[in-house]
Design a protein around this ligand. Structure first.
Ligand SMILES: [Zn+2]
Length: 507
């Protein structure tokens, strides 16, 4: 029968448990000296060894030939517990047995002496899932437990465990396992399983596992049965990861607000069948690094980047502001968290996300405005330039254009067939009653081209005007003055002088 790697290589003794020495050494000493408590609370992230330690503990206290607090794993009791034949050691998953009846049954059994082992050990996983009445029923028992009983509770969410329960337990906090320790273990298991994997590829697994050994073993399982050596490129393709270069290029394009390049990269990502959610996750981590680079001098110890990658990231950081980084990272995080709930075309949602990232002027959120103010301040202080906001002209990249905003009417406007809108002063007066767009309209100029009225304003105001529903509002009033106008297009004014002249004339 096939056995998952994490089960097959589950540590059998406290000495084998990785990265939790601060816990295993205490447990071993307690067992060796016969000073065990009657209730333990093991807390920490998933995959950090809580259940593994509970199982070792159950064997160690019952072992017929324990050595320094470690189980021998060979005596009949150890083997019985390993094979789950000893009824005195009970494992319960509170996630699926969370009712008061489940706990009552358990408490009734507690009263009886163990039949085969020395101690009855109850391992209750995900204990935070118990209902309040189940916790209450349990409380009585752990206040005055019989001599022969030990409870080991495990939880990933300590804050959901009632304080009355916590205060009666000895608490141990399991740490996330460091990437170095996980990498060593991955290489060890790979050798045993005849999986040819390079240390660099093992490192990728270690970082993805994010402190959870169980996840690392599941990732390694994907590599089983593959021909040839598994290096960086192979592991990325096996796990559907984007290359770091792609993520850095994306980070650069988005910081420079180059939506054309960003959409081109998105297209590549889809062509390569990479996991888009994973890429957004990588991108969020890259933004975190970017923020550290932009704000912390001597940042090298805090980012896991190679020398040349650091140089590129420094350039990106120099061209943007912390506010802008935070704004973009916030949008990415929102997208990441809701990705699984997107039921429509995920690619289209990704494209819209990238365009929004490149155009903070389409958002009126405080974060977006703060990002824009910071770019202006930076430009004014002479330390940088405002990243140009590009029109979505299709270049040589094969970019889907359905989400692209309408092109600015700059070209058509100057072809001589149009002119200043004669009723512009009256229109501005009418629009003074519309508070949401009043201030933007004051500085806008109006050009009529047949039945189309072009409203021209700055890049920054254009987005705000569109977001405030300006097109509809302006059309409503313009038709009162000039019935032949049937549509309003909001664009950007290329020259400030022209805009100013228009404004002056109205005075
Ligand atoms: Zn034993």
């Amino acid at each position: 029968m096939y056995q998952a790697l994490y089960r097959k290589y589950r540590p059998m003794t406290f000495g084998d448990v990785c990265g939790q020495d601060h816990i295993t050494s205490v447990l071993k000493t307690q067992i060796a000296q016969g000073r065990v408590s009657h209730a333990y609370m093991f807390c920490g992230c998933r995959g950090t060894g809580k259940t593994t330690c509970a199982k070792i503990f159950a064997r160690a206290v019952n072992c017929e030939n324990p050595v320094d607090g470690e189980p021998c794993n060979e005596c009949p009791t150890c083997r019985g517990i390993r094979e789950e034949r000893v009824f005195d050691v009970v494992e319960m998953d509170a996630a699926s047995n969370n009712g008061v009846d489940n706990v009552r049954t358990l408490i009734d059994e507690v009263q009886y002496l163990p039949t085969e082992a020395k101690k009855k050990v109850y391992i209750i996983d995900e204990v935070h899932m118990l209902s309040p009445s189940a916790f209450n029923a349990l409380l009585k028992t752990i206040e005055e437990p019989p001599e022969h009983v030990i409870f080991i509770f495990a939880t990933t969410e300590m804050n959901k465990v009632p304080a009355t329960i916590l205060s009666r337990c000895q608490r141990f906090d399991f740490k996330r396992i460091t990437p170095e320790i996980i990498r060593e273990r991955v290489l060890f298991v790979a050798e045993k399983e005849n999986i040819a994997i390079t240390p660099e590829a093992a490192d990728v697994i270690a970082r993805l596992a994010d402190g959870a050994m169980r996840d690392a073993m599941s990732l390694l399982e994907v590599c089983q049965g593959k021909d040839g050596e598994i290096g960086l490129a192979e592991i990325r393709s096996l796990l559907g990861l984007s290359s770091k270069e792609t993520v850095i290029s994306l980070c650069k394009a988005l910081s420079e607000r180059d939506s054309c390049r960003a959409l081109g990269l998105l297209d590549e990502i889809y062509q390569n069948r990479s996991d888009f959610k994973q890429i957004v996750g990588d991108l969020i981590r890259m933004y975190r690094d970017l923020l550290v680079i932009a704000t912390v001098s001597g940042y090298r110890d805090f980012v896991g980047l190679a020398e040349d990658e650091c140089r590129v990231m420094e350039e990106i950081a120099a061209g943007t502001t912390p506010e802008s980084i935070l704004y973009q990272a916030g949008l990415l995080e929102n997208f990441y968290n809701t990705y699984d709930r997107i039921t429509s075309d995920k690619r289209a949602s990704g494209e819209i996300l990238f365009i929004r990232l490149c155009r903070p002027e389409t958002s009126l959120s405080v974060d977006a405005l703060a990002a824009r103010v910071a770019s202006l301040e930076k430009a004014l202080s002479g330390k940088g330039t405002i990243a140009p906001i590009r029109a979505e002209e299709p270049k040589n990249v094969n970019v889907p254009v359905k989400e692209a905003p309408p092109p600015a009417p700059t070209e058509t406007r100057n072809n001589g067939t149009n002119g200043q809108y004669p009723q512009r002063a009256k229109l501005k007066n009418l629009l003074q009653g519309e508070m949401s767009i009043k201030y933007i309209i004051e500085n806008a100029s109006f050009q009529q081209e047949g039945s189309v009225l072009h409203v021209l304003t700055s890049e920054m105001f254009r987005g705000m005007l569109i977001a405030a529903g300006g097109e509809e509002l302006i059309l409503k009033y313009a038709r009162e003055l000039t019935p032949e106008i049937t549509s309003v297009v909001i664009g950007t004014a290329p020259a400030k002088t022209e805009q100013k002249a228009d404004g002056l004339e109205d005075l």
